[in-house]
Design a protein around this ligand. Sequence first.
Ligand code: GLN
Length: 579
Amino acid sequence: MHSRPTKYIFITGGVVSSIGKGLSTACIGSLLGARGLKVTAAKLDPYINVDPGTMSPFQHGEVFVTEDGAETDLDLGHYERFIGTRMTKKNNFTSGQVYETVIAKERRGDYLGGTVQVIPHITDEIKTRIKAAAEGYDICLVEIGGTVGDIESLPFLEAIRQMRAEVGSDNVLYLHVTLVPYIAAANEFKTKPTQHSVKELTGFGIIPNIIICRSEKTLDPQLKQKISLFCNVDKNCVINAVDVSSVYELPLVLHREGLDSRIIEKLNIWSGTPDLKPWEKTLKIIRNPERGFITLAMVGKYVDLTESYKSLSEALNHGGFANECKVNIVYVDSEEIEQNGFESATLKASEGKGIDAILIPGGFGARGSEGKIAATKYARENNIPFFGICLGLQMAVIEFARNVANIKGATSEEFEPEATHRVIHLMDSQKDVTQKGASMRLGSYPCQLTPNSKSAAIYAESTIHERHRHRFEVNNDYREQLKTSGLTVAGTSPDDILVEMIEITDHPWFIGVQFHPEFLSTPMTPHPLFKSFVSAALTYRKQRLSQPDSESTPSSSKGATSKNGSNKEPESIALLVNG
Ligand code: GLN
């Protein structure tokens, strides 16, 4: 029996960067998946870095970690969340990786003295990698990073051009994502940038079959007609991706535009109509969150870089979906906490509104760490739901060591390598590491949950698998002392060497995890920890809003208390009121 050939959809972007190619790719994947097809996706990044693991969050945003430990582009997070297919090392590669492989082959003598060139050697390596990512799937979506016209993406465009002849024109579709800007002064949409971008693409020998036009407002049929005429695509293949308030609306928008129908026609695939009920259900919750909202303080160093916490903010949204509520995130700068204290910094960040939970995400370096520790203390002392992720767990352990277990000057080896009490220290596996790239503890590892812990109840499992990206761990020399002082070790590596989870039992919700649960959460399958955390925040919110001002305010809180218990967002409520 013949297995069906994989069909390839190549996605390029034009006009401007950050146009939403990654999300468009993810949405196409979700629509085709909902038609019963086996879909995967790959992101090809034309930059020279071998992977984004060593890139600054200012330049790159989140580093998404796959199950098999690859540090990848954040678009892979979109793919996993929308398509549901687990990504691997094969699903993201850069020019750096391609050149590294080709140069290693050249050094080994594999090219037998031939001149090694961009075409065919680099393009062949790109094609080999695309095919490896696609193996075993009905459809492989291939997103080319950057914008058509960039010098560095040329070998990638050449490789995908060659793929058409190689795997057959029936098995290849080119899709171009562009921006159709609205010029307010002229009261008009402008199609010229799209025309130019398509012309540029055509110059490389790639004729797009479908164009996705991003626009602020809906494009009328005449505009679509114009784009069709000038860009040489069928009129029904000009798809309008109008701006949406939630990314989870996009699969439905693109479906209404007929995108998935056009794709299966063009690729000559038979499939049933897609089941989009789960997306409709999610959208209903987003539009009308029956249980209102919670406000969460996310305390970090890169607070204005929300792209650095993409998976995390999405996982919080998913936790909200599971509780039929909206999650408002206020980003609190940990250095601001150091200068002005937690309450003042949070009051400023939340514009005077209250907060219902505190979260400390992953991070690196000493800067701002004392502010994060102060936030942890505030959460612990005031019974505010607290979630510490990776560095967040480490902050919680340091705070507990200092202020409960009375270990003076407790800190992390990362911040003070020579400190006496390094309650967080370098993992054994990290001691001989000399180079920076791909050298952390990366990818999925099992974790044994402590029977009868809150964490075990939340997961309803005894062994879990979660993804990691860190160098430091809880120092076992202090484990007993911390336990005796009341810190519960809620999960460890199966050999009991690494502390993976901690919790405080007599606190409504105080959990720290050494891993990144956000990477496993999807809108259809919210992660149990986020679901439970948001639920605890809802409970806390209800309590604090029902408390009379005086007794309920923590002694240190200066804010005025609101008694507004309704689902409506109050104008101004107390910063923090103890529940
Ligand atoms: N900097 C800490 C470590 O390397 C935490 C890393 C993280 O939060 N991802 O262990």
